[in-house]
Design a protein around this ligand. Structure first.
Ligand code: SAH
Length: 237
């Protein structure tokens, strides 16, 4: 886990041997399960360290001074990215992983046991439905999401989980200015306010990556999120 370790240091994160071992076990389980369950196309030891693990940890650039506590939720967690690497690096956080695909959720449960993670809850279902449940609605300080939907739809899938005063952090690449312009209305309707686009300037990444940080400034109207599939099909643009 040397690539991860040196990259994490650049982010101001010092990983101890036990944490590096957890990442190692994560890598092994991910590539082992990936033969049966479609979890990732990135499988080489070096690439997983950078493109999955280190990429997840870049989320910490959004909260300086470093936030080490709080309620986090990862929407569309897939194989656990970015939520699980963050939980390994910041063991005090409480984390909910929402994932629509049952098979991936089975992997996440297995991973939680293997890594002996406390205060991690796995919820199988769609964000459009889970986002209406009182247990999860407007309950989180930080809402994470990577590679789930374009921003106009993503705002509707994530902002309902966010407590007023908390923030949504979306990991993005590509033409972010255009995507943001299209998401402007959606973010506003759902109670968000764009705080910052933070560029990730690490040499480890060949492409241009950034964090879109949206603060929750007012409650999300009750009718959102709309029925499953509607946020993506008819985004609030
Ligand atoms: N965040 C992970 C996975 C990205 S793939 C990563 O960056 O590697 C997108 C994942 O989101 C898939 O696993 C898919 O099942 C899940 N997903 C897509 N739409 C969803 C929704 N509306 N609610 C919950 N999960 C969703």
């Amino acid at each position: 886990m040397e690539k991860l370790n040196s990259g994490a240091k650049k982010l101001g994160l010092q990983l101890n041997p036990a944490q590096l071992e957890q990442f190692h076990v994560y890598y092994q389980e991910l590539t082992d399960w990936n033969r049966r369950v479609n979890l990732t196309t990135i499988t080489s030891y070096e690439e997983v360290q950078v493109k999955h693990f280190l990429d997840s940890l870049t989320v910490t650039l959004a909260f300086r001074p470093l936030l080490t506590d709080g309620n986090f939720i990862d929407v569309g967690a897939g194989a656990g990215i970015p939520g699980v690497p963050l939980k390994i690096a910041l063991p005090e956080i409480r984390l909910v992983l929402v994932e629509a695909t049952a098979k991936k959720a089975v992997f996440l449960r297995h991973l939680k046991d293997k890594l002996k993670l406390d205060n991690v809850e796995i919820v199988v279902g769609r964000a459009e439905e889970i986002g209406h449940l009182p247990r999860y609605r407007e309950k989180f300080d930080v809402v994470l999401s990577r590679a789930v939907a374009p921003l106009p739809a993503l705002a509707e899938l994530t902002l309902p989980f966010c407590a007023v005063g908390g923030s949504v952090i979306a990991q993005k690449k590509g033409d972010i200015i255009r995507e943001l312009r299209r998401a402007d209305k959606s973010i506003r309707i759902l109670g968000g306010n764009l705080r910052e686009i933070k560029h990730i300037g690490l040499e480890e990444f060949a492409d241009e990556r950034c964090l879109v940080i949206v603060d929750k400034i007012s409650p999300t109207p009750e009718r959102y999120p709309r029925r499953s599939g509607i946020p993506a099909k008819r985004p609030l643009v």
